[in-house]
Design a protein around this ligand. Structure first.
Ligand code: MN
Length: 260
Protein backbone atom coordinates (compact mmCIF):
# COMPACT_ATOMS: atom_id res chain seq x y z
CA UNK A 1 0.00 0.00 0.00
CA UNK A 2 1.12 3.59 -0.57
CA UNK A 3 1.00 5.79 2.52
CA UNK A 4 -1.60 8.55 2.68
CA UNK A 5 -0.24 12.05 2.07
CA UNK A 6 -2.22 14.03 4.64
CA UNK A 7 -0.56 17.35 3.83
CA UNK A 8 0.30 17.90 0.17
CA UNK A 9 1.76 21.36 0.87
CA UNK A 10 5.11 19.80 1.77
CA UNK A 11 4.99 17.15 -0.98
CA UNK A 12 7.12 17.22 -4.14
CA UNK A 13 4.86 17.04 -7.21
CA UNK A 14 5.97 15.84 -10.65
CA UNK A 15 3.81 17.09 -13.53
CA UNK A 16 3.95 15.39 -16.93
CA UNK A 17 1.67 14.70 -19.91
CA UNK A 18 1.48 13.18 -23.39
CA UNK A 19 0.43 16.31 -25.32
CA UNK A 20 3.90 17.79 -24.95
CA UNK A 21 5.72 20.52 -23.02
CA UNK A 22 3.87 23.36 -24.83
CA UNK A 23 0.33 21.96 -24.33
CA UNK A 24 -2.20 24.29 -22.66
CA UNK A 25 -3.41 21.35 -20.52
CA UNK A 26 0.07 20.98 -19.02
CA UNK A 27 0.07 24.66 -18.05
CA UNK A 28 -3.37 24.20 -16.46
CA UNK A 29 -2.08 21.21 -14.46
CA UNK A 30 0.98 23.21 -13.35
CA UNK A 31 -1.35 25.91 -12.01
CA UNK A 32 -3.37 23.21 -10.17
CA UNK A 33 -0.20 21.62 -8.73
CA UNK A 34 1.08 25.01 -7.53
CA UNK A 35 -2.16 25.49 -5.58
CA UNK A 36 -1.26 22.27 -3.70
CA UNK A 37 2.47 22.67 -3.10
CA UNK A 38 5.28 25.12 -3.88
CA UNK A 39 7.54 22.18 -4.86
CA UNK A 40 6.34 21.47 -8.43
CA UNK A 41 8.58 19.99 -11.13
CA UNK A 42 7.64 19.58 -14.79
CA UNK A 43 9.24 16.91 -17.00
CA UNK A 44 7.24 16.49 -20.20
CA UNK A 45 7.75 15.22 -23.77
CA UNK A 46 9.26 17.67 -26.25
CA UNK A 47 6.60 16.77 -28.85
CA UNK A 48 3.10 15.34 -28.72
CA UNK A 49 3.00 11.68 -27.68
CA UNK A 50 -0.75 10.98 -27.60
CA UNK A 51 -1.67 7.29 -28.00
CA UNK A 52 1.92 6.05 -27.53
CA UNK A 53 0.65 4.06 -24.51
CA UNK A 54 3.32 2.71 -22.13
CA UNK A 55 6.20 2.72 -24.63
CA UNK A 56 9.86 3.23 -23.75
CA UNK A 57 12.58 4.68 -25.98
CA UNK A 58 15.24 1.98 -26.12
CA UNK A 59 16.87 2.10 -29.59
CA UNK A 60 18.16 5.67 -29.73
CA UNK A 61 19.71 8.11 -27.25
CA UNK A 62 17.36 10.30 -25.24
CA UNK A 63 18.02 14.01 -24.93
CA UNK A 64 16.63 16.24 -22.21
CA UNK A 65 16.59 20.00 -22.08
CA UNK A 66 16.49 22.21 -19.00
CA UNK A 67 14.04 25.03 -19.75
CA UNK A 68 14.12 26.61 -16.29
CA UNK A 69 15.05 25.47 -12.78
CA UNK A 70 12.13 23.04 -12.35
CA UNK A 71 11.03 22.58 -15.97
CA UNK A 72 12.49 20.04 -18.40
CA UNK A 73 11.57 18.53 -21.76
CA UNK A 74 12.59 15.05 -22.94
CA UNK A 75 12.57 13.97 -26.62
CA UNK A 76 10.82 10.73 -25.67
CA UNK A 77 7.58 9.24 -24.39
CA UNK A 78 5.59 10.07 -21.26
CA UNK A 79 6.98 6.91 -19.62
CA UNK A 80 10.54 8.05 -20.47
CA UNK A 81 9.75 11.39 -18.81
CA UNK A 82 8.66 9.82 -15.51
CA UNK A 83 11.74 7.59 -15.46
CA UNK A 84 14.13 10.44 -16.31
CA UNK A 85 12.48 12.64 -13.67
CA UNK A 86 12.45 10.14 -10.82
CA UNK A 87 15.71 8.29 -11.58
CA UNK A 88 17.86 11.21 -12.72
CA UNK A 89 16.61 14.79 -12.44
CA UNK A 90 15.03 14.21 -8.99
CA UNK A 91 17.30 11.31 -8.04
CA UNK A 92 18.29 12.84 -4.69
CA UNK A 93 14.68 13.61 -3.75
CA UNK A 94 12.10 11.91 -6.04
CA UNK A 95 8.56 13.28 -6.31
CA UNK A 96 5.94 12.06 -3.81
CA UNK A 97 3.11 12.26 -6.32
CA UNK A 98 2.86 12.22 -10.13
CA UNK A 99 0.14 14.22 -11.92
CA UNK A 100 -0.26 13.47 -15.65
CA UNK A 101 -2.28 15.67 -18.00
CA UNK A 102 -4.45 17.50 -18.31
CA UNK A 103 -5.00 15.56 -21.50
CA UNK A 104 -6.65 17.28 -24.47
CA UNK A 105 -9.57 14.83 -24.72
CA UNK A 106 -11.06 12.16 -22.48
CA UNK A 107 -9.38 8.90 -21.44
CA UNK A 108 -12.42 6.74 -20.81
CA UNK A 109 -13.19 3.07 -21.36
CA UNK A 110 -10.77 1.44 -23.81
CA UNK A 111 -8.88 4.75 -24.29
CA UNK A 112 -6.84 3.90 -21.21
CA UNK A 113 -4.94 1.17 -23.09
CA UNK A 114 -3.83 3.61 -25.84
CA UNK A 115 -3.20 6.63 -23.64
CA UNK A 116 0.23 8.11 -22.95
CA UNK A 117 -1.35 10.23 -20.19
CA UNK A 118 -2.48 7.11 -18.33
CA UNK A 119 0.84 5.35 -19.05
CA UNK A 120 2.85 8.12 -17.34
CA UNK A 121 0.70 7.59 -14.25
CA UNK A 122 1.20 3.81 -14.55
CA UNK A 123 4.96 4.37 -14.56
CA UNK A 124 4.65 6.51 -11.45
CA UNK A 125 2.64 3.72 -9.78
CA UNK A 126 5.27 1.13 -10.81
CA UNK A 127 7.88 3.31 -9.10
CA UNK A 128 5.78 3.21 -5.91
CA UNK A 129 4.47 6.78 -6.14
CA UNK A 130 0.84 7.88 -5.97
CA UNK A 131 -0.11 8.84 -9.51
CA UNK A 132 -3.15 10.54 -10.96
CA UNK A 133 -4.04 10.96 -14.66
CA UNK A 134 -6.34 13.88 -15.53
CA UNK A 135 -8.16 14.37 -18.85
CA UNK A 136 -10.58 16.96 -20.21
CA UNK A 137 -13.43 16.25 -22.63
CA UNK A 138 -13.29 18.28 -25.85
CA UNK A 139 -16.22 20.46 -26.89
CA UNK A 140 -18.34 19.71 -29.96
CA UNK A 141 -16.21 21.99 -32.20
CA UNK A 142 -12.92 20.75 -30.72
CA UNK A 143 -12.69 23.74 -28.36
CA UNK A 144 -11.57 22.94 -24.86
CA UNK A 145 -12.08 24.74 -21.55
CA UNK A 146 -9.87 24.07 -18.55
CA UNK A 147 -11.81 26.12 -15.97
CA UNK A 148 -13.84 23.25 -14.45
CA UNK A 149 -10.72 21.08 -14.10
CA UNK A 150 -8.81 23.98 -12.55
CA UNK A 151 -11.68 24.57 -10.14
CA UNK A 152 -12.30 20.96 -9.04
CA UNK A 153 -8.92 19.23 -9.46
CA UNK A 154 -7.09 20.63 -6.38
CA UNK A 155 -9.70 19.21 -4.00
CA UNK A 156 -9.94 15.90 -5.90
CA UNK A 157 -6.15 15.45 -5.83
CA UNK A 158 -5.98 16.43 -2.14
CA UNK A 159 -8.72 13.92 -1.19
CA UNK A 160 -7.22 11.08 -3.26
CA UNK A 161 -3.71 11.71 -1.91
CA UNK A 162 -5.02 11.47 1.66
CA UNK A 163 -6.16 7.87 1.00
CA UNK A 164 -3.84 4.86 1.10
CA UNK A 165 -3.80 2.98 -2.24
CA UNK A 166 -2.86 -0.60 -3.08
CA UNK A 167 0.36 -1.12 -5.03
CA UNK A 168 0.25 -0.68 -8.82
CA UNK A 169 -3.00 1.30 -8.70
CA UNK A 170 -3.39 4.71 -10.31
CA UNK A 171 -6.33 7.10 -10.43
CA UNK A 172 -7.94 8.12 -13.72
CA UNK A 173 -9.88 11.41 -13.52
CA UNK A 174 -11.99 12.77 -16.41
CA UNK A 175 -13.72 16.15 -16.63
CA UNK A 176 -16.84 16.65 -18.79
CA UNK A 177 -17.02 19.59 -21.22
CA UNK A 178 -19.03 21.81 -18.87
CA UNK A 179 -18.53 25.07 -17.00
CA UNK A 180 -18.00 24.95 -13.21
CA UNK A 181 -21.68 25.71 -12.40
CA UNK A 182 -22.95 22.92 -14.73
CA UNK A 183 -20.81 20.09 -13.30
CA UNK A 184 -23.13 17.60 -11.54
CA UNK A 185 -20.55 16.29 -9.04
CA UNK A 186 -17.69 13.82 -8.69
CA UNK A 187 -18.27 10.06 -8.83
CA UNK A 188 -16.07 7.02 -8.29
CA UNK A 189 -16.89 4.46 -10.99
CA UNK A 190 -15.46 1.60 -13.01
CA UNK A 191 -13.90 1.65 -16.49
CA UNK A 192 -16.50 1.32 -19.24
CA UNK A 193 -16.55 0.32 -22.89
CA UNK A 194 -17.77 2.30 -25.91
CA UNK A 195 -20.53 1.07 -28.23
CA UNK A 196 -18.36 1.87 -31.24
CA UNK A 197 -14.74 0.94 -31.89
CA UNK A 198 -11.82 2.87 -33.39
CA UNK A 199 -12.34 3.55 -37.10
CA UNK A 200 -10.07 3.64 -40.16
CA UNK A 201 -10.78 6.45 -42.63
CA UNK A 202 -9.80 6.46 -46.33
CA UNK A 203 -8.24 9.73 -47.50
CA UNK A 204 -5.92 11.17 -50.17
CA UNK A 205 -2.64 13.01 -49.70
CA UNK A 206 -2.18 16.38 -51.53
CA UNK A 207 -0.76 14.58 -54.60
CA UNK A 208 -3.81 12.36 -54.87
CA UNK A 209 -2.31 9.15 -53.51
CA UNK A 210 -4.60 7.14 -51.24
CA UNK A 211 -3.78 7.12 -47.53
CA UNK A 212 -5.50 6.09 -44.32
CA UNK A 213 -6.20 7.73 -40.99
CA UNK A 214 -6.89 5.93 -37.75
CA UNK A 215 -10.06 7.77 -36.79
CA UNK A 216 -11.30 9.13 -33.52
CA UNK A 217 -14.33 7.76 -31.75
CA UNK A 218 -17.59 9.27 -32.97
CA UNK A 219 -18.82 9.83 -29.41
CA UNK A 220 -18.73 8.62 -25.82
CA UNK A 221 -21.82 6.39 -26.14
CA UNK A 222 -21.86 3.29 -23.98
CA UNK A 223 -24.46 0.63 -23.23
CA UNK A 224 -23.30 0.22 -19.65
CA UNK A 225 -24.37 2.21 -16.62
CA UNK A 226 -22.23 3.31 -13.67
CA UNK A 227 -19.06 3.54 -15.79
CA UNK A 228 -16.58 6.37 -16.47
CA UNK A 229 -18.22 6.89 -19.90
CA UNK A 230 -21.73 7.08 -18.46
CA UNK A 231 -20.58 9.44 -15.68
CA UNK A 232 -18.98 11.97 -18.06
CA UNK A 233 -22.00 11.76 -20.40
CA UNK A 234 -24.18 12.61 -17.38
CA UNK A 235 -22.05 15.67 -16.57
CA UNK A 236 -20.13 14.13 -13.65
CA UNK A 237 -16.37 14.13 -13.07
CA UNK A 238 -15.31 10.46 -13.08
CA UNK A 239 -12.65 8.97 -10.80
CA UNK A 240 -11.62 5.40 -11.68
CA UNK A 241 -8.90 3.40 -9.92
CA UNK A 242 -6.97 1.39 -12.53
CA UNK A 243 -4.74 -1.60 -11.90
CA UNK A 244 -1.67 -2.64 -13.87
CA UNK A 245 -2.59 -6.32 -13.36
CA UNK A 246 -4.79 -7.02 -16.42
CA UNK A 247 -5.62 -10.60 -15.38
CA UNK A 248 -9.32 -11.45 -15.73
CA UNK A 249 -9.97 -13.30 -12.46
CA UNK A 250 -13.21 -15.06 -13.41
CA UNK A 251 -11.74 -16.47 -16.64
CA UNK A 252 -8.60 -17.47 -14.74
CA UNK A 253 -10.78 -19.55 -12.39
CA UNK A 254 -12.76 -20.97 -15.31
CA UNK A 255 -9.55 -22.12 -17.03
CA UNK A 256 -7.96 -23.67 -13.94
CA UNK A 257 -7.38 -27.36 -14.65
CA UNK A 258 -7.64 -26.96 -18.44
CA UNK A 259 -4.06 -28.20 -19.01
CA UNK A 260 -3.82 -30.67 -16.15
MN1 MN B 1 -2.88 13.39 -25.41
Amino acid sequence: MTDPIADLSSARILVTNDDGIHAPGLKALERIAKKLSPDVWVVAPETEQSAVAHSLTLRRPLRHRKLSRRRFSVDGTPTDCVLVAQKMILEQHPADIVLSGINHGVNLGEDVTYSGTIAAAFEGALLGVKSIALSQQRGANGAIHWSAAEHFAPDIVRKLAAESWPRDVLMNVNFPDLTVDKIKGVTVCRQGRRKSSTTVIRDQDPSGRPCLWIGDYPNEQTLERRTDLAAVEAGMISVTPLHLDLTHRKTLQGLSGLFE
